[in-house]
Design a protein around this ligand. Structure first.
Ligand code: N01
Length: 870
């Protein structure tokens, strides 16, 4: 204690729930002085406040237990599968007693504000007791669902009867016998409490704004099979949980819900319904989180269950969630919830049809939503109103404290448009402030106990590292934080999660920015990311100490999530490099793997034909015609494949996409391949094909004078060369060029050949092999293979040049775009961060590159309309 009202410690921890308690243990173990500040008069956090009837865990309590004290595994035996709130609170108290935690916890102490002192490199925390704490490290262990949502119903203060909030329930309980009770809200708290309140009350009216999915808990003794796995080797069991998806040992499925018969699916859903575990509900199929069609199968299954249980079909209908997919809002676990609506004293008011107009002194007035909002239709009197209306989740408790960081910036302002964090752990501008299970970490999408322990261990190891390395402060970099937020959102966007108005999105609190709050990539993957961050020297953090500043700026997951997933699958397949397969082997392999790609959209018509190449060889083409009335603008498309592999049909999905989205005829033309026909055969065929198509525009259904070229990789090389050759020859007239990952300089020496040499499908050795197959060293300076080396690029048609960050060809594509622009050519240059060479043609498979495909189609439309104008 430095003066009467201030204590100085190494670490201040806010909150004495499971997170704060374990953080205190770890700080003591590390030999650091720590104090915990807690508003309540005892430990327990969530389990201290949420004492409503029926409050229980919705993760098996055997999983929802600390793993850091192996003795606890023996000392504490849960009485049920899902322990009740009093039992979980007793567990927290038992741990506090066993480890004598209370001596370092200041109860009845609410933190009001906190300021970072940049000179002292310490935090000063103010409390409502008047005491201040200063500390080098400040840990917010305030929980994700601890700040009650402010009631947003007109007249809430007017009611003269009893008012209860599920999230701050009276300690002595409530007796609803003989009373007329209203419950507002049908989230987990409402769904757990409603059956018990109904069993006491004279009348119960439930006000439901959104029906929720709920599954029966089938509570009782813990299933033997689960206990066997756990008791055999508790440490291994816990370790499996740490590397799982949601922090509970489960076996991920590898089959889609749509790949099995309806009978098999039904039987599987019956089985998971019977098991009564949320963790297993999304487990049976691998696409319930990402495919609307698959999710519909489980949605319908639960609807049918509700209709089986609830006798009144109209009420059953109201209870069936139809405006969101299963698990896009947090699903609930219940004990007799749906059957409660069969009781004569229970009434369900659907707030989609009838709105709460106001709460009055004696009850609630509801109006029919279909009539004028002011027209009162019914007034219901109550003795008690229970608000089960939820929380300002994930951010509420953190910004509820007035936190001021470096540069006097307030955290509230910094997060005005949604929380900005690196790994959900720290935030820029707030040195040495850690959040346990903060926004941007798996947190509420996981077994909280597993996520809490991982964060506490990480924070502890970090503080120990700083101490032993003479480092005073740690803070994320802007880049690391921005890209983490983006990465987390990109994963969410691959799922159905952001489609619901959920508290995961902040949608339940009026005015709250709507962004997806937790990290949806799973606890195992998240743990791996955090471990890699540490191994890479605290990548994404700036560390400052007496010896200066280490700026470890960087991005921990630079690849787009779907690209990364695809690369992991390919890595598991351990395929031999393409260049080792021989020419015929490579061609056969590419043809076979192309057949497994999603087919792309339907087009109006496909015609296969032939046209003469430069030496008269017959070249295949495939014409894709839009379904709309023609004639259409035309695009000559050149496929990728390093001048060695591929065909007129090998980029079929992309050609279909471009046809539909740009409303153009796409003619994918083959060209002679190397090594049988070496340079300049492919280049000459490219020009010959463009001329032939231009000459036959009308008979092909195209509009004469509206001819663009497009290509991917070596095909983009041919497209670029064709525009140059056409300009020199004066024919054909080309309205624009779309160059996707173009080869523009076959010297293969640029930095991107070093940066992206291996691991991103197109490798530097493969590219060298392609070049060797196609041309001699002496040819490589020829602009017909290295269009970047042309004497001049001026006068070429407008271009869209797309390059990908993790592509050996990146730098030569970038250089071509810059050279075109320097030569006065109209260029749109799209650099795609986190993408690889093969991502953009993968229509319907690689979602994060959709914008680049859309840009290609958009450019083609613009080229043709400019050509019309011309
Ligand atoms: O809160 P909620 P909760 N007028 O936000 C409705 C965890 N938890 O306390 O969906 C009318 O889920 C609101 O309607 P809508 C668990 O993670 C765990 O129940 O926004 N209605 C919704 O129906 C859970 O998800 C356990 O349209 C209004 C309800 O109130 C999280 O805590 C137990 C309204 C709020 O549901 C939150 O659960 C309990 C208004 N003005 C909680 N405002 C376990 O089992 C809101 N609503 C471990």
């Amino acid at each position: 204690m430095s003066d009467n009202n201030t204590i100085d410690v190494d670490v201040v921890i806010v909150g004495a729930g499971f997170a704060g308690m374990y953080q205190l243990v770890q700080m003591r173990r590390a030999g650091l002085s720590a104090v915990v500040l807690e508003t309540a008069d005892d430990v327990g956090g969530t389990w201290y406040w949420n004492r409503y009837p029926g409050a229980r865990c919705d993760i098996l309590t055997v999983d929802y237990s600390y793993s850091w004290d192996p003795e606890l595994e023996k000392d504490w035996i849960w009485s049920e599968r899902y322990a009740t709130q009093p039992e979980i609170l007793r567990y927290a108290q038992f741990v506090a007693d066993k480890h004598d935690l209370r001596r370092d916890i200041r109860f009845n102490t609410k933190v009001t504000s906190a300021q970072w002192n940049n000179d002292a490199k310490r935090w000063r925390i103010h409390t409502d007791s008047g005491d201040d704490v200063t500390a080098q490290f400040y840990v917010m262990a305030t929980g994700c669902l601890s700040m009650p949502k402010v009631p947003d119903i007109e007249g809430t203060d007017r009611f003269k009867g009893e008012v209860y909030f599920t999230n701050s329930w009276p300690h002595d309980g409530v007796d609803f016998s003989g009373k007329r009770v209203a419950v507002i809200g049908t989230g987990s708290s409402g769904i757990q409490s409603i059956p018990l309140i109904a069993s006491q009350a004279d009348q119960l009216t439930v006000f439901q704004r959104t029906p929720n999915f709920s599954v029966p808990a089938h509570n009782g003794p813990i299933a033997d099979e689960r206990l066997v796995a756990y008791r055999q080797d508790p440490a291994a069991y816990r370790e499996e949980a740490r590397h799982s998806g949601i922090g509970v040992p489960t076996t991920p499925a590898d089959v889609s819900a749509l790949e099995v018969s309806p009978q098999e699916r039904e039987a599987t859903y019956e089985e998971v319904w019977r098991r009564g575990e949320l963790a297993h509900l999304l487990e049976p199929y691998n696409d319930l989180r990402i495919s609307a069609e698959s999710n519909d199968t489980i949605r319908c299954f639960i609807h049918n269950k509700i209709r089986e249980i609830v006798k009144d079909p109209d009420v059953a209908d109201l209870l069936c969630p139809t405006n969101h997919y299963f698990a896009t809002k947090r699903p609930c676990l219940d004990s007799g919830y749906y059957a409660t609506y069969n009781l004569p004293q229970v009434r369900l008011v659907d707030l989609q049809k009838q709105a709460i107009e106001t709460i009055t002194e004696s009850g609630i007035n509801i109006v029919d939503s279909a009539i004028s909002a002011k027209e009162k239709t019914e007034s219901i009197d109550f003795d008690a109103i229970v608000f089960a209306t939820g929380f300002d989740a994930m951010t509420g408790a953190i910004v509820g404290v007035d936190i001021t960081g470096r540069n006097d910036e307030s955290l509230r302002d910094a997060w005005a448009h949604g929380p900005q964090t690196y790994l959900g752990l720290m935030t820029v501008g707030f040195p040495n402030l850690f959040m346990i299970t903060g926004p941007g970490s798996p947190s509420v999408l996981s077994n909280m106990m597993v996520s809490i322990e991982q964060h506490v261990d990480l924070i502890t190891d970090t503080i120990k590292h700083l101490r032993t390395s003479g480092i005073d402060t740690i803070e994320p970099t802007e880049l690391a934080q921005r890209r983490w937020v983006q990465h987390s959102n990109e994963i969410a966007d691959l799922t159905l999660l952001p489609t619901a108005n959920s508290w995961y999105m902040g949608a339940n609190v009026p005015g709250k920015p709507q962004v997806f709050l937790p990290y949806p990539g799973g606890v195992g993957e998240y743990r791996k990311i955090c471990d890699e961050m540490v191994v890479q020297g605290y990548l994404g953090f700036t560390l400052t100490g007496a010896n200066g500043t280490q700026n470890n700026d960087g991005v921990i997951r630079p690849l787009k999530p779907d690209v990364q997933e695809m690369l992991s699958i390919m890595a598991e397949m351990a395929l031999p490099p393409l260049e080792t397969m021989g020419v015929e082997g490579a061609r056969a392999f590419m043809a076979a793997s192309g057949a497994n790609m999603p087919p792309g959209p339907e087009v109006g018509e496909i015609i296969d034909g032939t046209l003469p190449g430069a030496d008269g060889t017959s070249l295949d083409y495939r014409l894709y015609r839009p379904a709309t009335a023609g004639p259409h603008p035309m695009v000559v498309y050149y496929h990728g494949g390093g001048w060695v592999v591929g065909s007129a049909t090998s980029d079929d999905p992309l050609c279909r996409y471009l046809c539909v989205e740009s409303e153009s005829i796409i003619i994918s033309v083959n060209y002679r391949h190397a090594p049988e026909a070496r340079f300049p055969a492919a280049a000459d065929d490219g020009l010959a094909a463009a001329n032939w198509i231009s000459d036959h525009a009308e008979e092909l259904g195209g509009r004469p004078g509206q001819l663009a070229v497009a290509g991917w990789s070596a095909g983009a090389n041919i497209a670029a060369v064709t525009t140059q050759q056409a300009k020199l020859a004066g024919t054909p007239t080309i309205s624009g060029q779309v160059l996707l990952n173009p080869v523009t300089d076959v010297s293969t020496v640029r930095q991107s050949y070093i940066d992206n040499a291996e691991g991103y499908v197109l490798t530097t050795p493969l590219m060298s092999w392609f070049c060797d197959q196609y041309c001699n060293p002496a040819d490589r300076l020829n602009p017909k293979v290295s269009p970047l080396l042309a004497d001049t690029l001026s006068g070429l048609p407008p271009a869209l040049v797309i390059t990908c960050e993790f592509d050996p060809l990146r730098d030569e594509g970038d250089a071509y775009a810059e050279a075109l622009a320097a030569a006065g050519v109209q260029v749109q240059h799209l650099q795609c961060p986190g993408q690889i060479h093969t991502a953009i043609p993968a229509v319907d498979a690689m979602v994060t590159s959709e914008y680049a495909r859309a840009a290609m189609a958009d450019a083609l439309r613009k080229f043709s309309s400019a050509a019309v104008g011309h």
